[in-house]
Structure formats: structure tokens, C-alpha cells
Design a protein around this ligand. Structure first.
Ligand code: NAG
Ligand code: NAG
Ligand code: NAG
Ligand code: NAG
Ligand code: NAG
Length: 478
């Protein structure tokens, strides 16, 4: 980990990187950014410097609410206290004292011996452990008015602002702006993947790592599909209620305070039955997602950028079986499948197989198996075309599957291994974690996971059209 920097965004995130073992020294690390001295924090135990809560855009308040970010690459004070994380964006489940709409900040971790001319590769980590809720609450707008005002997918514009900040400023910390790897897990991976649909993203980065998420992970629709969620939100904002279902809400929404916005978000959230509602929207020509990712891949419209992608074994099951999804929901889904795929002997259905939806739907256990099967198929189907099309275009592609079922369930485990944070790690977990860290560092440094440095680990074969392989990393199953 000593040859890498992290530029991580706290954009509506839970603050998850514990700084408990740190102490602020009289000689805190400092970086000169334009005319401003940033005073950071010495993370002694991991031999790192931390600079946190650095704004990369003007606070998106008042007239700037629901607008594209206004980039801010320098600060107007002589000194800036960068010893802590910034605020989290509005979301449930985080203490209100840690929330603010003024949440467009970036954090930099670097090896403590890094100098301004060190030219270290940079991992740009898009944070979002709690899929779509946190960041996207802040800036995922739905509906006709947002489309008319070109205000869809605003959260992705925030990522571009942060990437621009990195281009301007990471050199001052010792980073090399020409060696940026965009990465993220879960929603962070989804957003990274959507950014990669745009060939222009290579102005900001040369590689990407996507853990448990692709551009098609969340169900993707045009702006009107979730109009109802937007209308519910507006109806829940005190002072703007009577504008709900009109196409003239923005002015009012910009005039109310944060409490009112938060009230509306909570009310909208309570009305929602969709599992991942606040996700990216097809935003048309010139947008981040002009059409469905599958169509873009088929047309060869995507960044020709080296990437690692992968997921955890059976993570779909953790997410889409009871208790994550209620039994009535499973049964409802199976009933819909049976309706969509009726058994009509005249048409040959059920195709001489006993595995038909109505057979599987007879009891809950079989119904769950059916939903899981479809979930697994759709997960593979949503990701694999993206691998193939890119490999066909000569893009360096590495695919990984992590197999380690620890107590908390498989979803997101790769994230814990990457940060060396597997709780109560067994010896095997520790070995796996060290290997994952070194694969990632190797890739960010030299665009191959196999640089031969760091811990001894298996060679990871590239996914090619002739040899479409993935590496499976096995941890101990508890
Ligand atoms: C730094 O200060 C100088 C002198 O006041 C000014 O000309 C320059 O624009 C400032 N730079 C930034 C990045 O603010
Ligand atoms: C980096 O800068 C330091 C201090 O200015 C200097 O001593 C060192 O030689 C430089 N290293 C390189 C590789 O340029
Ligand atoms: C909504 O209420 C405000 C006063 O609270 C009023 O000025 C406005 O005309 C109303 N708008 C509509 C569409 O009823
Ligand atoms: C927000 O605005 C409402 C209505 O004007 C007001 O009652 C409330 O006190 C305000 N909240 C804060 C935190 O300012
Ligand atoms: C780790 O071990 C502690 C103490 O035995 C226990 O309380 C905790 O639940 C364990 N955590 C996990 C994730 O297993």
C-alpha cells in the first residue's frame, strides 16, 4: 500500500474509514494548494497522511441546489483545516449532526513520505456503501421537469467535478494526474461503469476497477418512469406541496431549507416499493447514459479503458432472497413470471421440461430458487456483454469472482478485503486481503495485476475473446 494514493470522495457516504488510531501531531502534514495551506492529519499506524473534507465544488445550496456543480479548485483562505472528513449528504441512518447538503468534498490519503514530485498513481474511489440512497438522494432527480432542465444524473456531474479537481490538484499531494484509476464498489461501481460509457472519460483517468456493479446493475429507465417518486418528494416538502405534479417545482425547492428537503426525501422514500429507485436515468443525446448500456456496447460507444471488474460469489442471493426481500414479494414475482410465461401446450410450452415456473412456484423454496436463478442469470447477462464488447475492442479486461461467505453475507465483502478490514479475519482472510490489495495496487501502477511485486499470488489471466476467463479468489468459508 505504500506506492499508492487514494482520492476518495465523501459524497453522501457513511463515514466508514475509522481514524480512531490516529493522533494529531504538532507537526501535522501540510500541502500547499494554490495559496492555501491544508493542514492534514498524520495516520501514524498506517504510515499515511490524511487530508479530508476539501471542497471541490461550491456548496450546492440555495440557487445552486439541483444544479450542475460549480467547480472549485482553490480555496480562499490562507489555511484550511483538513484533519477531518466533511459532512455526509442527506440520508437516513446517519446522525443528523453529520449531515449537510454542503457535502461535495474530497479526501486524500497518501503515504506519509510522499513528496510533491513523487508522481504516485492515484486510485479515485467513488464512495457509496449504501447503494443509491445516499449520494443519489442528493442528486438523482427524476421526472419531466428534471429532463427539461437538463438536471438528470446530477450526481455524475459531481464525479466529473471531483475528477477535474484531481487533474488540477493531485500533483500537489504527490499524485500523478496521468495515472488515475476510477473505482468503486456497489453504487460506486455502478457510477464508475456509467462514467465509462463515455469515451471522453479518458481525459480524467486511464483505468477503472468495478467491484460488484455494472452500468446495468440498477434497472434503467427514461426520466418519466420514476416521475411518481419525484412527485411524492415534492408533495412532502413543506412549502412546496401544492406544486407536486406540476413541472414548475425547482424555484420553490430552491427556496426552502434543508429540513424541508429532508422531510420530502423521507416521505418519498417511504412510498417507494422499487428496490433501487434513486438510480441513474437514460438522459439522451449528450448525456451520461444516452441509451441503454447494452445498445451503447453493441455500437462500440464506450471508453477504451483497461479495467478490472468482478463480484462476490452468490451476492445476488444475499440481496434478493428473504429476508432481504419479503416472502410476499418473492411470491408476487413468481406469479408475474408464471403470467408472462404461460404453459400453452399448443405452443410447445412447457418444452418437455419439468422446470417450469408454475412447477417452481408451488412452494416458496422453489420460488426463491427461481428468483435467484433469474437474478444470477441477469447479473451475468448484464455484465458479460460489457466484458466481451470491450475485450473484442482490445481493451485490457480482468474479471474476478470472490468466494468467501463470511457472517455478514457476501455482498460487499470484496470491499472489506480491499481495505484490510475483514472483521475477526482468519489466517486465510488475511492472505486473501493482502493479495487483493496487491492486485489492485499493481493494476493502478502498471495496468496489470501481475507486476510480480508485493505478496506472492496467482497469475491473473486477462479476459480475451479467445480466452474469456475469470480468476476466482477463495477465502475460508465460515
Ligand atoms: C494567489 O494569490 C495571488 C496574489 O494575491 C493571486 O494573484 C492568485 O490568483 C492567487 N491564486 C489562487 C489560485 O487563488
Ligand atoms: C523531489 O523534490 C525534492 C525536494 O524538492 C528533491 O530533493 C528530489 O530530488 C526530487 N525528486 C525527484 C525524483 O525529482
Ligand atoms: C401554492 O401555494 C402558494 C402559497 O403557499 C401560492 O402562492 C401558490 O399560488 C400555490 N400554487 C398553486 C399551484 O396552487
Ligand atoms: C425550516 O423552515 C421551516 C419553515 O419555514 C421552519 O419552521 C423551520 O424552523 C426551519 N428549520 C431550520 C432548521 O431552519
Ligand atoms: C468478531 O468477534 C467479536 C468478539 O468475539 C464479536 O462480538 C463480533 O460479532 C465478531 N464480528 C464478526 C463480524 O464476526
Amino acid at each position: 500500500m505504500t506506492t499508492k494514493m487514494f482520492a476518495a470522495q465523501t459524497l453522501g457516504c457513511l463515514i466508514f474509514l475509522a481514524l480512531a488510531s490516529t493522533c494529531v501531531h504538532a507537526n501535522s502534514p501540510q500541502v500547499l494548494l494554490g495559496n492555501t495551506t491544508l493542514i492534514g492529519r498524520d495516520v501514524t499506524l498506517s504510515n499515511q497522511d490524511f487530508f479530508g473534507g476539501i471542497p471541490y465544488a461550491e456548496p450546492p445550496l440555495g440557487a445552486l441546489r439541483f444544479q450542475r456543480p460549480v467547480l472549485k479548485t482553490s480555496l480562499d483562505t490562507a489555511e484550511f483545516d483538513a484533519s477531518n472528513f466533511g459532512f455526509s449528504c442527506l440520508q437516513e441512518g446517519v446522525p443528523v449532526s453529520e449531515l449537510s447538503e454542503d457535502c461535495l468534498t474530497i479526501n486524500v490519503f497518501r503515504p506519509s513520505d510522499a513528496t510533491a514530485n513523487a508522481s504516485l498513481p492515484v486510485i479515485f474511489w467513488i464512495i457509496d456503501p449504501s447503494l443509491m440512497q445516499a449520494q443519489l438522494w442528493h442528486k438523482v432527480l427524476h421526472g419531466q421537469e428534471a429532463a427539461d432542465r437538463k438536471a438528470l444524473n446530477l450526481g455524475l456531474s459531481d464525479q466529473i467535478a471531483a475528477l477535474t479537481w484531481v487533474q488540477e490538484n493531485i500533483g500537489a499531494f504527490g499524485g500523478d494526474k496521468d495515472k488515475v484509476t476510477i473505482s468503486g464498489e456497489s453504487a460506486g461501481a455502478v457510477m464508475t461503469a456509467v462514467l465509462l460509457l463515455n469515451p471522453d472519460i479518458s481525459k480524467f483517468a486511464r483505468a477503472a476497477i468495478l467491484q460488484s456493479g455494472s452500468a446495468a446493475t440498477a434497472l434503467t429507465y427514461g426520466p418519466l418512469h420514476r416521475q411518481v417518486d419525484w412527485d411524492n418528494f415534492v408533495a412532502g416538502v413543506p412549502g412546496c406541496e401544492n406544486l407536486s405534479s406540476t413541472d414548475n417545482t425547482f424555484e420553490c425547492l430552491r427556496s426552502v431549507n434543508t429540513t424541508a428537503i429532508f422531510d420530502g426525501l423521507v416521505i418519498a422514500q417511504n412510498e417507494i416499493t422499487e428496490r433501487i429507485p434513486w438510480s441513474t436515468t437514460i438522459d439522451g443525446m449528450g448525456g451520461f447514459m444516452p441509451e441503454l448500456p447494452s445498445l451503447l456496447f453493441a455500437k462500440g460507444i464506450f471508453a477504451k479503458m483497461s479495467f478490472i471488474a468482478g463480484d462476490d460469489l452468490d451476492e445476488v442471493m444475499a440481496n434478493f432472497s428473504p429476508p432481504a426481500v419479503s416472502e410476499p414479494q418473492v411470491k408476487k414475482t413468481v406469479a408475474q413470471l408464471v403470467a408472462l410465461y404461460p404453459e400453452i401446450p399448443a405452443l410447445g410450452s412447457p418444452f418437455n421440461t419439468e422446470m417450469t415456473p408454475s412447477v417452481l412456484a408451488l412452494d416458496l423454496e422453489n420460488g426463491i430458487k427461481l428468483v435467484q436463478l433469474l437474478g444470477i442469470c441477469s447479473s451475468i447477462r448484464s455484465e458479460d456483454p460489457g466484458y466481451r464488447q470491450r475485450a473484442n475492442a482490445g481493451v485490457k479486461t480482468y474479471v474476478v469472482r470472490l468466494k468467501s461467505l463470511v457472517q455478514s453475507g457476501p455482498w460487499g465483502q470484496n470491499f472489506n478485503y480491499l481495505y484490510g478490514g475483514v472483521q475477526n479475519a482468519t489466517a486465510s482472510d488475511t492472505v486473501l486481503s493482502a493479495a487483493i490489495i496487491d492486485y489492485w495496487v499493481s493494476f493502478a501502477t502498471s495496468l496489470t495485476p501481475n507486476d510480480g511485486k508485493g505478496v506472492s499470488r496467482p497469475t491473473w489471466d486477462q479476459y480475451t475473446p479467445q480466452n474469456p476467463v475469470l480468476i476466482q479468489l477463495n477465502g475460508e468459508i465460515q
